[in-house]
Ligand binder design. Structure first.
Ligand code: M6P
Ligand code: ZN
Length: 181
């Protein structure tokens, strides 16, 4: 991770007719949280995050780049934060940049040997996610977490491994402090 000045990238809105918006509700995170009782007590239609993407070339095009801004709501399910589903790339060696625009969170990373670690996200933090590394973001504060992403247009999303086996560590809120364990 490197720290950029917070003025480096402050746009929180993507406005263009070529922008797609994807909404994820709590339902989309089914099976991901440890506390199943807390999960089933939730209104599963509640919005968890939204991703605005600019996809200038067709998905799967070799050599192109995609750009996205994710708006992740604050909240907890049991002691686990609201978070993105997380994925490897379908073409596993493809890398990606994430950078934090607003709010605070944790980028959770896991390599193919299931070693999991975290990088703190705060405005201006720039995160290089190397290939073969699963990535997920958790919102650890009470405000919306906004982060940018740029990834190769042929990377693809492989959600299956994460849906099946999860990450080897979870990020819990322990007395108000994020702990990866
Ligand atoms: C970033 C990028 C997108 C991804 C989104 C949400 O904007 O990595 O490709 O879709 O975050 O993450 P996920 O797909 O894991 O829910
Ligand atoms: Zn990715």
């Amino acid at each position: 991770m490197i720290q950029l000045p917070t003025t480096f990238f402050t746009a929180t809105n993507l406005t263009s007719k070529t922008v797609n918006k994807i909404q994820r509700t709590i339902k989309d995170l089914t099976g991901i949280y440890k506390d199943e009782a807390a999960f089933s007590a939730e209104d599963t239609n509640k919005k968890m995050y939204e991703v605005a993407t600019y996809l200038p070339v067709a998905e799967g095009t070799e050599g192109g780049l995609f750009f996205g801004i994710t708006y992740l709501q604050p909240g907890l399910i049991g002691n686990e934060y609201y978070m993105t589903k997380g994925h490897f790339h379908t073409i596993e060696n493809r890398a990606e940049y994430y950078w934090c625009i607003e709010g605070k969170g944790m980028l959770i990373l896991m390599d193919k040997d299931r070693n999991t670690w975290g990088e703190a996200m705060q405005p201006g933090s720039l995160h290089y996610i190397k290939g073969f590394t699963a990535h997920r973001v958790a919102n650890t504060e009470n405000d919306v977490l906004i982060f940018g992403a740029c990834w190769p247009s042929d990377a693809g999303h492989d959600y299956e491994a994460i849906a099946k086996n999860g990450f080897s560590k979870r990020l819990f809120n322990i007395n108000g402090i994020p702990a990866l364990q």
